[in-house]
Design a protein around this ligand. Sequence first.
Ligand code: PSU
Ligand code: MN
Length: 297
Amino acid sequence: MITIAEEVQTALAEGKPVVALESTIITHGMPYPANIETARQVEDDVRAAGATPATIAVMDGSIRIGLTNADLDRLANADDVMKCSRADLAIAMSQGRMGSTTVAATMMAAHAEGIRVFATGGIGGVHKGAEESFDISADLDELNRTPVCVVAAGAKALLDLPKTLEVLETRGVPVIGYRTDELPAFWSRESGIAVPYRMDTPEEIADLLKVRQVFGSHGGVLIANPVPAEHEIPRAEMAGYIDEAVARAAADNIRGKAVTPYVLSAILELTGGRSLRTNIGLVRNNARLAAQIAAAL
Ligand code: PSU
Ligand code: MN
């Protein structure tokens, strides 16, 4: 059920650092051709930092760990790719559909092959208005159960960040600010919300992961890594775009899995393309840190 690229297999067998990468950001997070360019760039960043990249997706009925250039092309160009979270993974496989993996599904696949560090853009979380919609990403439950270290620029700021942090605490997920005392807000370095813990080196994070690993059932860890200052869109400016995008999603009756992709593309339009450059900058930054953590492990 899992097809693992030889390069990834060899790296794992030799105990070399490997970084898992998700694919929903390619199919549902960024427009073509920035999606494919970024996917390749991020793999190069992981390599340059001394680790082996393992981009994960569902193709031809199996979970692929480590994609070829041709696979990446197919994925980025197809328009009927399923966005696979935990609930969707086996359906895409049993039906032979092409599927991209969210944070939750990428964690499942990475853990199945012993990959311990994973870089993404931002995790899913508790949506604004969740008290009515009950829309809470399966990413949070996955962090509760699957022992993978997820490096992200916090949760996407279109979410309700205080509620997202509360649910992570309830689910027993340590949230660690990397060189920051504040929870980063994806496009912005600041959110006004204190992060529970702070660490300043990849080695400190690796030490934490080694302790967590002793307790096999302790689930994942979230590393919140702020977007580099040169790429950020400040919080005060972002707030207006987010409110407008979330209001549009409500007016268009967007629900469920479609919410995150819809809001991301509305924000892209509202920022005149600036949010895309921010998104690329933060994913690359997360990939580099993930490679350093994997190497320290
Ligand atoms: N961050 C991005 N772009 C994305 C996502 C995150 O910059 O496309 C994806 C991730 O794969 C994440 C998913 O797991 O959105 C969350 O979707 P939902 O809220 O439907 O669980
Ligand atoms: Mn949802």
